[in-house]
Ligand binder design. Structure first.
Ligand SMILES: [Zn+2]
Ligand SMILES: [Zn+2]
Ligand SMILES: [Zn+2]
Ligand SMILES: [Zn+2]
Ligand SMILES: [Zn+2]
Ligand SMILES: [Zn+2]
Length: 226
């Protein structure tokens, strides 16, 4: 069974990663595990969830525009600064080119709530720091917590904020459902179907990024009248 991903010229095949095999995902730059999409001649690999990431999303952090999945950074530096975690990325991003919003694929699908053994309460994802200048230091790693970036904050304790990366360092990366954070430990990416896989030949694959953007802007504008 072969698959096509819009970011890669060759067909991809499914591969089960055995323990110990170290392959870097070309979507998120993290090590692959479980089932991946592979082009062996190019050493191009994608986590199943990275390969199945939809071409655009309407994200609550930036609801005015769709975020478009870009296979590479749109900046001359060949990297982007993720608005969520504040670290650089050089692979896939969800971006709004108009507003310079960029998110790692994994960061775009962070769970809305997490639990961490370092803290007794549930932590809520915040797209901007709600407590202003109070959370200057991440309570887990003690490094600075930039209010420009996202954080997880405790609803019970005042001024308990942590980096998204610190709060999720024990959680398996994957695509989390925006509306269901009740069971983050066991949430798994949706099982791909033939329709959801990169093999489906949707028309948007034929569009150049600018054309796609133009269409999506149109959609976005239309939606705002509803
Ligand atoms: Zn990946
Ligand atoms: Zn290839
Ligand atoms: Zn990020
Ligand atoms: Zn925007
Ligand atoms: Zn931290
Ligand atoms: Zn707390």
């Amino acid at each position: 069974m072969e698959y096509k991903h819009f970011s890669h010229e060759h067909n991809l095949s499914m591969h089960q990663v055995p323990p110990g095999q170290q392959l870097l995902c070309s979507g998120c730059d993290k090590f692959c595990d479980k089932t991946i999409y592979a082009c062996w001649q190019c050493k191009f690999f994608l986590h199943e969830h990275c390969g199945n990431a939809t071409r655009y999303i309407n994200h609550p952090c930036h609801s005015s525009h769709y975020l478009i999945l870009s296979p590479y950074p749109t900046y001359p530096s060949n990297s982007f600064l993720c608005n969520a975690c504040g670290t650089n990325g050089s692979r896939f991003s969800y971006c709004c080119a108009l507003c310079e919003v960029d998110l790692h694929v994994n960061c775009a699908f962070l769970p809305p709530k997490v639990t961490h053994k370092a803290h007794p309460h549930e932590l809520d994802l915040k797209h901007s720091s709600q407590t202003g200048g109070h959370n200057e230091v991440c309570k887990m790693c003690k490094k600075s917590l930039d209010s420009k970036h996202w954080s997880y904050e405790c609803r019970v304790c005042t001024n308990y904020g942590v980096h998204t990366l610190c709060a999720t360092n024990e959680i398996k990366i994957g695509l989390y459902q925006m509306d269901d954070g009740s069971d983050t430990e066991t949430t798994q990416p949706a099982a791909p179907t033939a329709q959801q896989g990169p093999s489906d030949g949707q028309v948007q694959v034929e569009l150049t990024p600018m054309e796609a953007l133009a269409i999506l802007m149109g959609l976005s504008n239309a939606a705002s009248y509803v």
